[in-house]
Design a protein around this ligand. Structure first.
Ligand code: MRU
Length: 348
């Protein structure tokens, strides 16, 4: 897995991230010294992507566990507070909640001060290693849906830097490259923060994968003119019926896929499922600072005081999703029933 740039590095209680806001110009790593800096890094998207945020959150909790002093009860209370603060950073992606729930259980059940950070560390490292394997498995299943020469469109960055390795929506392209299968990727730039332009093209180009950048308003024309064969995206939260929250703009891609009669795939690990929510109506959509829309690379592009709507995600109804690809396999025609059949017993 060494072909991948590591976006999160954990070493003996120390956490370092690749600052994703500086890509592609600069590969700068940032050592995370405290909780305030960690929270800021998540909110400012220096670390981003649903699985990566969750793995990072886990390591930060471990870092805090090694530093917190007090009685067992005091340390437990303090760590549960840290966990709640991490959880409040970004509301839409559910992976962080799923990881913190697991770590919180370890905190609550700890019986000695000595074992507490060690058990948390073991679990956080295990989750990190599992994520790389999980992502690869998603890629294996996704690749079965593509044919040599396919031209596949994606949005945002559901790539290796959004996970421990491989990514979710980008995983099949890494595997295709490994196996010598030619596939072309079209990356939609993903306004307002340009994860497609800055991150997806950067990591695919670096891996020698054929990638073409387009702006978001070129999608319909590109599907027609370049004969796009499928669309694949990542996910931040998938509810029991298969409704999927992902980067703003995903919903309109699904509508276009339906209009053109091409498949629309969602690639995500089980940790992206929220089985406590029945449908996408229950998903909280993060709204972000208006300046992300009124400025581009620090330059003002809209009149002062203009009203702005800046949702970071949208929800694609399950009816528009051809299949959800998980590490366990492909869930065709996602619904309460098909999801239950595939992952019902497996979900944590
Ligand atoms: O706001 P971001 O950049 O964190 O949004 C990321 C996405 O929407 C991804 O598609 C999703 O988190 C899956 S990453 C494997």
């Amino acid at each position: 897995m060494s072909q991948f740039v590591q976006s999160i590095i954990y070493d003996n209680g120390a956490v370092t991230i690749l600052d994703q806001t500086r890509l592609p110009e600069e590969e700068r790593y940032e050592v995370i010294h405290d909780l305030a800096q960690a929270i800021d890094a998540i909110k400012q998207l220096r670390v981003r992507g649903a699985p990566a945020i969750s793995l990072f959150g886990g390591f930060i909790l471990v870092q805090e566990a090694f530093r917190t002093i007090g009685t067992l009860a005091e340390v437990k209370q303090e760590l549960l507070t840290v966990s709640a603060q991490l959880l409040a950073t970004r509301p839409t992606a559910v992976n962080l909640r799923n990881v913190l729930d697991e770590l919180n259980q370890l905190i609550v059940s700890a019986t000695t001060l000595k074992e507490l950070p060690v058990r948390l560390e073991q679990k956080a490292l295990e989750l990190y290693q599992t994520d790389a394997k999980t992502s690869r498995q998603i890629g294996v299943h996704a690749l079965e849906l593509f044919e040599s020469g396919d031209r596949v469109l994606t949005i945002c960055n559901a790539g290796s830097i959004a996970t421990a390795a491989y990514g979710t929506a980008l995983a099949p392209f890494y595997l295709a490259k490994e196996q010598g299968i030619p596939l072309s990727v079209y990356a939609s730039e993903t306004r307002p923060l340009l994860q497609g332009a800055r991150l997806t093209t950067w990591e695919l180009q670096r891996a020698g994968i054929d990638v073409t950048l387009i702006t978001d308003n070129m999608v319909a024309h590109t599907i027609k003119e370049k004969n796009i064969t499928a669309i694949i995206v990542g996910a931040d939260r998938i509810t029991r019926n298969g409704d999927t929250a992902n980067k703003i703009g995903t919903f309109q891609l699904a509508l276009l896929a339906r209009a053109f009669g091409i498949p629309f795939y969602v690639a995500a690990p089980l940790s992206t499922f929220d089985l406590t929510s029945l449908s996408g109506d229950e998903i909280e959509i993060e709204e972000r600072d208006a300046r992300e829309v009124t400025q581009l690379a620090g330059k003002v592009t809209a009149p002062a005081g203009v009203a702005v709507f800046n949702p970071a995600f949208d929800v694609t109804p399950h009816e528009l999703i051809t299949a959800i690809i998980t590490e366990l396999g492909v869930i065709k025609h996602p619904s309460v029933e098909t999801i239950e059949q595939t992952i019902g017993q497996q979900i944590r």
